[in-house]
Design a protein around this ligand. Structure first.
Ligand code: HEM
Length: 454
């Protein structure tokens, strides 16, 4: 068995990690094979680079556990209390649950998200109309000052606010979520120095939300979760909503901007897919080229396990990297025939029992965002060479800080979308008409976005 602590390990996150990521993975693969020891912000971990090995780990939740209680170095106090990734990992939420606790929490979440995800239900159809309207409002606003052409920071003015608006609706906040929320999520997931304070702010807001929904349920995910598991405590629900907040703001925003970049300058055929009217395929190709969650949080083997060229000790932290697995020369040969013919075989949504339960919802938010943008603009050009785009340096998320573009507006007007369904069509606890965030707050939030890139 190999002692991880004894191996000479190189830091994974160099200052140019996002730009050199493919090269770094290639060097690790050449040196160690499909699984490599690396230094992650001062702590040694195993990085899974192989596609087949990634599937092995992700699919077997009997052997590979997610709870931090399986990590002896952490449990025995050998991980420094100020290790920057701790705020992103010390979270009592489903993605870190195992066994019965995981299955129960997942079932409650699935039933809460279903009304917004299952297109046979009126809420899901109405949400899509709402997203289209939000996207059009943002595009109208970002182009309001100029004539038919202009410049914009698509991150600040489109790919961050659009998911925030959708999240406000999904979580049933009475006021619009502001950009500060996304920045706090970034600080936690990017393991920044302000991560603990940011997490505290986010959790305080979510505790308040749970209390508000306990007092007065609405047609939103928190209220459906309360209805689905009335025994859940305020604390448990706040953590569950924290996961929704992180994913539906940051992950969705990252996939939206990564897809726009892939369409503009990528080499995976995303632009051709979009031109052929296959926006879902364009999103898939972007997720394959640059998964928003480029490294997953750790799994720990319950017993010594051979993986790649090593025998991993029980309780060693193992980080699956979909970004590396997608670049594995064996990707496409390892799995079923689907992997060879379909870009949907990617790992951007995970695989196995923890696979993202909201992938249809998330990909449809991104697809609508992409579709409206490229309908309303006849031309969009990056203002920077693609190798100078400002990527975040994050152990978990691959996303841009800003996306400066020049655009030319088309003659396509904002889309007229049908109005909300009747109250009688709303499901379960939602016997009242679907609510939008308070109009004035919504306008204030939109107005605050009228900043242009320098
Ligand atoms: C582009 C956007 C998204 C991406 C790329 C994404 C990706 C993922 C991935 C890779 C996992 C599995 C992580 C692992 O196995 O360690 C996951 C889990 C999860 N995602 Fe998503 N996600 C996205 C959006 C969303 C949204 C919008 C929601 C909620 C509305 C959501 C809710 C969840 C939940 C609750 C889990 C935990 C599932 C479990 O542990 O069983 N995700 N997501």
């Amino acid at each position: 068995m190999t002692r991880l602590e004894m191996l000479p390990v190189q830091p994974l996150l160099t200052r140019d990690y996002e730009i050199r990521r493919t090269r770094i993975h290639e060097e690790l693969r050449n040196r160690y094979g499909p699984v490599a020891p690396v230094d992650l912000l001062g702590t040694p971990v195993w990085l899974v680079l192989g596609f087949e090995e990634s599937l092995t780990v992700l699919r077997d939740d009997g052997q590979w556990k997610k709870s931090m209680s399986y990590w002896p170095s952490y449990m025995e106090g050998r991980i420094p209390a100020d290790w920057p990734l701790l705020p992103a990992l010390e979270c009592d939420m489903m993605v870190f649950f195992d066994d019965t606790r995981h299955r129960k929490a997942r079932a409650a979440f699935e039933s809460a998200v279903k009304p917004f995800q299952d297109l046979s239900l009126p809420h899901a159809r109405q949400l899509r109309n709402m997203i289209t309207k939000y996207a059009d409002e943002l595009i109208t606003l970002l182009s309001a000052d100029g004539g038919r052409s202009g410049t914009a920071d698509l991150c600040g003015q489109y790919t961050r606010p659009l998911p925030l608006m959708v999240t406000t609706r999904l979580l049933g906040f009475s006021d619009s979520l502001g950009d500060q929320v996304t920045m706090d999520v970034w600080r936690v997931l990017d393991a920044g120095p302000d991560a603990p304070a940011s997490l505290e702010r986010l959790m305080a807001a979510l505790h308040g939300l749970v209390l508000a929904k306990q007092a007065s349920p609405g047609d939103d995910i928190p209220s459906y979760m309360l209805a689905s598991d009335p025994s859940a405590s305020t604390e448990e629900l706040a953590w569950a909503l924290y996961l929704v907040l992180c994913t539906s703001t940051d992950m969705v925003g990252a996939l939206l901007s990564n897809t726009i970049v892939e369409i503009l300058v990528g080499s995976t055929g995303a632009r051709a897919s979009l031109s052929a009217g296959m926006v879902g395929e364009a999103v898939n190709r972007a997720a394959l080229a640059n998964p928003p969650l480029h490294n997953f949080t750790f799994r720990f083997p319950v017993a010594p396990t051979r993986l790649g060229r090593f025998v991993i000790a029980a309780g060693d932290p193992v980080m699956v990297s979909p970004a590396a697995a997608h670049a594995d020369p064996l990707f496409g040969q390892a799995e079923t025939a689907e992997a060879i013919v379909s870009s949907r075989a990617h790992l951007a949504w995970g695989a196995g029992p923890h696979q993202c339960p909201s992938r249809d919802l998330a990909s449809s938010i991104v697809a609508i965002g992409v579709q409206r943008l490229f309908k309303r603009f006849t031309d969009v050009q990056l203002m920077l060479p693609s190798d100078q785009l400002p990527w975040r340096i994050s152990p978990l998320v691959s996303g841009l800080r800003s996306l400066p573009v020049r655009y030319i507006l088309s003659d396509v007007p904002p889309q007229n979308v049908p109005s909300a369904p009747k109250a009688s069509e709303t499901p379960g606890a939602a016997s009242r008409p679907p609510s939008e965030p308070a109009r004035s707050a919504f306008r204030r939030m939109l107005a605050s976005l009228r900043r242009r890139p320098d």
